[in-house]
Design a protein around this ligand. Structure first.
Ligand code: SF4
Ligand code: SF4
Length: 314
């Protein structure tokens, strides 16, 4: 495992960042014990960096899996809060539910542009004060949008950017070339960069060697977050990101675990899930939702916003 500093934050992270969305209630719904065991296996294999979010519901997995390991590990979380009070509540929840004395990195979740960053200014100011008090060590944004990377690069107070980046440009708002240029500029400005969706949320499993080769050679990425829900995925991702050969038995097992999005037939067509999908993968047709699979990153965010539990990722 390779390790490096995340920009100018002084925070040292592993090259693989363990994404916890996939193990939690929005996706595989592992038990806390199963999730914690997988997290400990990752630590044993050298992973020190873990990504979560308010939305993911995975703080209890991290609390259990990283108990006694707070000093050796780095946790990043995110919140959609706009206002101070909401960010204060979300940070307090992250601290309480992970059982940590601080959250290493706290991000504004899914920023779109300079405009949305301005809209979240009060929440960002709260995070900056929390950083001064040592409750967080670094602040930043996560985003699918080239424009947001460019806007965050111009803000001195932003330490970390978590952009969507994969070799097909799947899910990027803007172009792949535009994202690469924005990430390069952010990196050169000293921002810590950890990429997301390098394997398209599982959609690039069929071209995983190309996807891994691409993200490995981008020189402006300190760490790569990959969602993991099984030991086989963990082992395969470690091999792929270090450029080592993946045995065929491991590939076969992971292919057999490919995720799917299911829209149950009792969908009422209320349309609430559409706003949650930043890739425009959902469309209303004939009074119910249909997913355009070529656009879907299998993130599961839409299922969180469905009041009828119609959408499932499994
Ligand atoms: S349809 Fe749902 S799972 Fe797919 S990208 Fe949109 S929000 Fe994510
Ligand atoms: S939120 Fe749920 S019920 Fe409403 S359209 Fe979406 S899937 Fe259907």
């Amino acid at each position: 495992m390779n390790y490096g500093e995340l920009g100018k934050t002084g925070i040292r992270v592993s090259r693989l960042c363990f994404g916890t969305l996939t193990m939690g209630p929005l996706q595989a719904s592992l038990s806390i014990g199963e999730g914690a065991e997988l997290i400990r296996m990752a630590v044993d294999l050298g992973v020190t960096f873990f990504d979560t979010a308010e939305l993911y519901g995975t703080y209890p997995y991290l609390a259990e899996g990283l108990r006694g390991l707070e000093e050796q590990t780095v946790v990043a979380s995110k919140s959609y809060a706009y206002e101070r009070e909401d960010m204060a509540r979300d940070l307090e929840k992250a601290l309480r539910e992970t059982g940590r004395g601080h959250i290493d990195i706290f991000l504004l979740h899914e920023q779109e542009s300079a405009l949305t960053l301005r809209g979240h200014r009060a929440a960002l100011d709260y995070l900056l004060q929390a950083r001064d008090k040592g409750l967080v060590r670094a602040v930043g944004i996560s985003t699918h949008a080239v424009e947001a990377v460019e806007a965050a690069t111009l803000l001195e107070e932003i330490d970390v950017i978590h952009p969507l980046l994969n070799y097909r440009g799947l899910g990027i708002k803007g172009t792949l070339e535009g994202m690469l240029a924005a990430v390069r500029d952010a990196y050169l400005a000293g921002k810590g960069i950890y990429a997301m969706k390098a394997f398209g949320g599982g959609n690039l499993l069929g071209q995983i060697d190309q996807a891994a080769a691409f993200i490995r050679q981008v020189p402006w990425v300190h760490s790569i977050a990959v969602g993991i829900k099984t030991p086989e995925e963990l082992l395969m991702d470690l091999l792929l990101l270090s450029g080592e050969e993946v045995p065929e038995y491991l590939r076969t097992r992971v292919r057999g675990q490919k995720k799917r999005l299911l829209v149950e037939e009792w969908c009422s067509g209320c349309g609430r899930c559409l706003a949650a999908c930043r890739t425009g993968a959902l469309v209303l047709e004939g009074g119910r939702v249909r997913v355009q699979e070529e656009r879907c990153l299998l993130c599961g965010y839409c299922s969180y916003f469905c009041p009828e539990f119609v959408i499932k990722i499994f």
